[in-house]
Design a protein around this ligand. Structure first.
Ligand code: URA
Length: 190
């Protein structure tokens, strides 16, 4: 199995009803050997049109955030909790996220083996930490679950119209290089 075969399976997926209204699936894009994997919520209209994740306004801000820590989108792997656009940009329902995660996201993670998974927004967080209620309680700190390290962040879209949230996300993003270094140190000390 490789990332392209997962993407091919996603392109013909009919496991949930989201396939009925999509123009394109959005399997994910970026570096298959990346240390960092970012997981958003769901494709929006622009993503559905282009078949690529985070290509709209929130995506532009995400690119800027990556830029502040010297990364380009080709350096990371970006995907979403669900790979098809929910109609009218409604939130994905739990069942849709569950189906898509079990069918595709877990395999993507297994293949990429990222040092760090960054969840963007509530839906991606809930996949790994269903018991956590509010992002504000946990954001910006690294969490280890099993062998995997996670960083829980707000979704970049919430920062588009709120300067305060923009600053929060910028500050949290700046922690990524330090967290990656800490993960290396932990591994070396074993
Ligand atoms: N918001 C997301 O969560 N994902 C995208 O791909 C675009 C916007």
């Amino acid at each position: 199995m490789d990332l392209e075969s997962i993407a091919s399976a996603i392109r013909i997926c009919k496991l949930c009803s989201l396939h009925k209204n999509r123009n394109n699936t959005v399997p994910g894009s970026g570096n298959s050997r990346s240390e960092v994997m970012l997981i958003g919520e769901a494709p929006g209209a622009n993503e559905d049109k282009q078949g690529l994740p985070f290509v709209g306004e929130a995506g532009k801000f995400l690119d800027a955030l990556l830029g502040t820590i010297g990364l380009k989108r080709e350096d990371v792997f970006i995907t979403n909790a669900v790979k098809c656009r929910p109609l009218n940009n409604r939130d994905p329902i739990e069942k849709e996220v569950q189906i898509c995660t079990r069918a595709y996201l877990l395999d993507q993670i297994k293949l990429i083996q990222p040092k760090l998974i960054v969840t963007l927004g509530r839906h991606a967080m809930k996949i790994f930490f269903p018991q956590i209620r509010a992002i504000s309680d946990v954001r910006g700190k690294a969490y280890k679950k099993g062998q995997q390290v996670y960083l829980i962040l707000f979704h970049p879209a919430v920062a588009l119209y709120q300067q305060r949230m923009k600053t929060v996300l910028q500050d949290d993003f700046k922690k990524i290089p330090t967290i990656l270094k800490q993960i290396d140190l932990l591994k070396e000390s074993k």
